[in-house]
Design a protein around this ligand. Structure first.
Ligand code: NAP
Length: 255
């Protein structure tokens, strides 16, 4: 059975890569495309829409979303309410929004996925970091992305921090009397440890978790050198959500 897929944000860096991935998989088909600034009415025979409301009633199974943090929540709500199982890569969701969307999906009996990172190596890094934090409670997260990224810290860094926080003994790091002579020098605080966001041209998506203990250190690092690194995860997400009946947060729940 062919899975029909809507792609929201199809003109963006991730959205356009997702269109190519879907086109190359014979089990998948692009049903429609959405971007508010698209001028064309169709692309390669696929209908193009500029607002989601006019997509009601389209025959599609899955809504892939790589848009912006400002619209992704409303898009995901819309997808669930209209029977499209969401596969969302857009970052910047709050915990409350994820809980609410998960409850809505259960009510509507529809599967879904919000994944701050679709790269398998990044999922492993998060898992390894959480495990290490049990033994190395002193750590800092450094996430590095291209300079067009709109939100900071990255969704991956937040998810990593949340997973670490479930395992790590609560602790405020650094000297009790430390102070910043330049605001922000110590990064953002999350449960007593710090997250630093680097934005530079040339980068794609990278993350380090650095651990320190008496006389030793441990560094975990993942690099996405190319957006193709996310596509096997998006493909898996599309094929899994159609079999499920509730939205989950994190690709690891579908692996
Ligand atoms: P991007 O190149 O800026 O693409 C976003 C696209 O969405 C743009 O073409 C934008 O159009 C469009 N858009 C804006 N509002 C929209 C709306 N209401 N409906 C439909 N489309 C809309 O950004 P990107 O690098 O592809 O990243 C997109 C998102 O994916 C970001 O949140 C990023 O953090 C995330 N991301 C996730 C993963 C993951 O593995 N989960 C990996 C990489 C990136 P205009 O430019 O014309 O406004």
């Amino acid at each position: 059975m062919t899975i029909n897929v809507i792609i929201a944000g199809f003109k963006g860096r991730m959205g356009s890569t997702a269109v190519e991935m879907v086109k190359q998989d014979q089990e998948l088909q692009v049903a429609a495309l959405l971007d508010p600034f698209a001028e064309e009415k169709e692309a390669d025979g696929i209908p193009v829409f500029t607002n989601k409301e006019s997509m009601q009633g389209i025959s599609a199974d899955v809504w892939v979303d790589f848009t912006t943090p400002q619209v992704a929540y409303e898009n995901t709500r819309f997808a669930i309410e209209n029977g499209f199982a969401p596969v969302v890569g857009t970052t910047g969701f709050t915990q409350e929004q994820i809980t609410e969307l998960s409850a809505l999906s259960a009510e509507k009996n529809i599967g879904g996925l919000i994944a701050p990172n679709f790269a398998i190596g990044a999922i492993l890094l998060m898992e390894f970091a959480a495990k290490a934090s049990k033994y190395f409670p002193d750590l800092e997260i450094i996430e590095l992305h291209h300079d067009k990224k709109k939100d900071a810290p990255s969704g991956t860094a937040v998810k990593t921090a949340e997973l670490i926080n479930q395992v790590r003994q609560p602790k405020k790091q650094g000297a009790a009397d430390e102070s910043e002579t330049l605001a922000g020098a110590r990064g953002a605080e999350f449960a007593g440890f710090r997250i630093h966001s680097v934005r530079l041209p040339g980068l794609v998506a990278h993350q380090e978790v650095i651990f320190g203990a008496a006389g030793e250190g441990l560094t975990l690092r993942h690099d996405s050198y190319d957006r193709s690194s996310f596509m096997s995860g998006v493909n898996l997400g599309i094929k899994e959500v159609v079999k499920r009946n509730q939205l989950v947060y994190g690709l690891e729940h579908l692996l």
